[in-house]
Design a protein around this ligand. Structure first.
Ligand code: WT7
Length: 637
């Protein structure tokens, strides 16, 4: 199991300033939670009424066939109605939706009006290629504005987007295209990262050789490096957008498809305990209610904000809190293309100063990474525009919390630590600015969300006792299932404690009701905030001809949270060597992506297994860390 390294400071409370308390939208978080607890469905129904719908729902929650819950049944909507359409009739149309900064410093901005125009044009292009409601479209792009544009264009016409993170590679991309049976792939010639280019189109070409459903590939020009284009299949984005079909008078408009609340909006692949990633399904109706409400309350959104979520739009954080929720709330947000340390370790702080960012939402791993370079870098910049700081992705150790609070936030900004998952769609456990904080705790469940820590036997754990974190009742932005795999959905999330959603995290609740997330309890690793299945990395290793068996574990790492350590048994006739070691690391990077690269490979002749043949990763980890080995009674040998 993963552990957040630092257990000190468990009792320290950081209280908000009078100024923050006064200006906070939610004044009494505990009271709001108690009120919502009395009737959570009504709480969410009232929030849903704050959004636009084409037609109201008949029933807020249909729980007749658990765990296949449905929200706002019979309601007609499209997330685009709230994210773009309704702003076109208000002053928001003239406000900036996105400020984009490229790694080399160029700036591009889009108002809500201009964004809508681009989205409509591109939606018309997709339609002209035969993309219909319900069709899947894979998006594999670097951090450029065409990424949100492509997502929004899909949503507008009722197509289901499946964004694959630009840091993934051939096998990971191919598998996701194949499983989603995507008709169209949207990619780029390449992307910029740390001053270098990543050849996305050539990775995509290799992935397409393994996945056969794609009819058309749309290529955004970013690096302008030459790429191979297959006639009749591949088209350049800018050329399509210049065609009369996209440009003609009237073609800058496109009707938004009227969707059922429960119609799918997107698939997003995430790692589980098996070698195959699973596609989490989110919908148009409940999802928009969950993300807009949580963002508005937790970040206390104001019209004058300039918001920056430093995650990649390709992860759930980006889907919910870069693209959809900020647009629904009419916010101006920044997207930065590149690395936090490019060209110097003050790039982020420079952006905050230059753009007057008021809310910064970032991952603990990035904070720890920048903290390493010392205070002089942030201290060179005026960071007083910041009023709120958020974190997400893994437990934040109190040391990093305090640095973020003091050095970046000038002790003025509340730290909103948001616990949630790809599956939950929106924040589940987090404070609001007026709430008392404990560094390292995501505090308490959001109003309308029931969370509990349970013992193995399903009884609630006592104060301070470690157990399994569950969500006790359905919520609007919950996953609607795993694409094409209802059995796995039931098995994985709803069968350990019937009627309760199993998060996969270990946690404890202290005497004051504050939740402390300890880490994953399953074979899922968090490496630099990225979620990876040990089985996926193992299968990438085993796909190399020299490897017979492999086991992968996470070893605590100061910056990354966890680093990947692999144990490899070679095939007969292959001998360990530094060259083979290098080759295997490279192999994992080309199959899965650089994020899955093992930090260290150990060549071994046997792996500890249970009598039923399961690798005992727990034992490998204990040995690697020099810890007691615990119960080894199930060990085969
Ligand atoms: C896992 C979900 C949700 C957006 C990004 C991650 C860990 C997430 C926190 C937090 C402690 C956290 C959990 C969770 N996690 N946020 N604030 N404190 N742990 O989404 O890739 O689906 O990963 O990330 O272990 O289960 P994801």
């Amino acid at each position: 199991m993963e552990r957040s390294g630092n257990d000190q400071d468990r009792t320290a409370v950081v209280v908000p300033s009078a100024q923050v308390r006064q200006s906070s939208r939610v004044k009494d978080y505990d009271a709001l939670r108690r009120e919502a607890e009395r009737d959570p469905v009504k709480f969410w129904e009232d929030r849903a009424k704050e959004l636009a719908w084409y037609a109201p729902w008949d029933k807020a929650l249909d729980d007749s066939n658990p765990p296949f819950y449905k929200w706002f049944v019979g309601g007609k909507t499209n997330i685009i109605l709230n994210a773009l359409d309704r702003h076109q009739a208000t002053a928001t149309r003239n406000k900036l939706a996105f400020i984009w900064e490229g790694e080399s410093g160029e700036i591009r901005t889009l108002s809500f009006f201009a964004l809508n125009r681009e989205v409509c044009q591109f939606a018309n292009v997709l339609k002209s290629m035969g993309v219909h409601k319900g069709d899947r479209v894979t998006i594999y792009l670097p951090r450029i504005l065409e990424l949100p544009i492509a997502m929004l264009a899909c949503a507008k016409i009722g197509a289901v987007h499946s964004v694959v993170y630009g840091g993934f590679s051939v096998e990971a991309l191919g598998e996701r295209i194949q499983d989603s049976e995507s008709k169209v792939l949207i990619t780029a010639d390449g992307g910029f990262m740390r001053g270098k280019t990543v050849p996305l189109k050539s990775i995509a070409d290799q992935a397409l050789e393994r996945a056969g459903t794609v009819e058309h590939v749309i290529v955004v020009r970013r690096t302008r490096e030459p790429v191979s284009m297959e006639p009749g299949r591949d088209y350049f984005y800018d050329e399509l957008m210049g065609l009369p079909i996209a440009k003609a008078v009237g073609a800058t408009r496109c009707a938004t498809e009227v969707m059922d609340a429960e119609d799918p909006l997107f698939l997003l692949y995430t790692s589980g305990t098996t070698g195959k990633p699973k596609a989490i399904v989110h919908t148009h109706g409940g999802y928009q209610v969950g993300i807009a409400t949580t963002m508005n309350y937790a970040f206390d959104v104001r019209p004058e904000d300039r918001y920056w979520c430093a995650a990649d739009p390709g992860w759930i954080t980006g889907h919910s809190y870069i693209v959809y929720a900020p647009l629904i709330l009419g916010m101006t947000s920044l997207i930065y293309e590149g690395a936090p340390t490019y060209p110097y370790p003050d790039r982020w702080w420079k952006i905050v100063e230059k753009q007057g960012i008021s809310i910064l939402y970032a991952a603990p791993t990035a904070i720890r990474g920048l903290m390493r370079f010392g205070e002089a870098w942030p201290n060179r910049h005026d960071l007083t525009s910041l009023r709120l700081l958020g974190t997400v992705g893994e437990p934040i150790n109190p040391e990093a919390w305090r640095w973020y609070h003091r050095v970046i936030g000038g002790e003025r900004c509340p730290i909103i630590d948001t616990w949630w998952q790809t599956e939950t769609g929106s924040f589940m456990i987090c404070p609001v600015p007026s709430f008392d904080l404990k560094p390292g705790s995501a505090t308490k469940p959001f109003p309308g969300i029931g969370a509990q820590v349970l013992r193995e036997d399903g009884t609630p754990a006592g104060p301070g006792e470690e157990g399994k974190l569950v969500i006790t009742a359905p919520w609007p932005s919950m996953l609607r299932g795993i694409y094409k795999n209802p059995e796995r959905y039931v098995e994985q999330y709803w069968s350990t404690f019937p009627g309760k959603y199993l998060t996969g995290d270990a946690a404890r609740v202290d005497e004051d009701g504050y939740f402390w997330i300890i880490g994953r309890m399953d074979d899922v690793l968090k490496v630099s905030g990225y979620r990876l299945g040990t089985a996926e990395v193992e299968s990438a290793l085993v796909s190399h001809p020299a490897v017979s068996e492999a086991a992968v574990i996470g070893i605590p790492h100061e910056v990354k949270g966890n680093a990947i350590r692999a144990f490899v048994i070679l095939r007969a006739g292959r001998a360990p060597s530094p060259e083979l070691n290098e080759e295997l690391i490279k192999h994992v990077a080309t199959e899965m992506g650089p994020i899955a690269r093992p930090e260290k490979i150990e060549f071994v002749t046997a792996l500890p297994k249970t009598r039923s043949g399961k690798i005992m990763r727990r034992l490998l980890k204990a040995r690697a860390m020099g810890l007691p080995e615990g119960d080894v009674s199930t060990l085969e040998d």
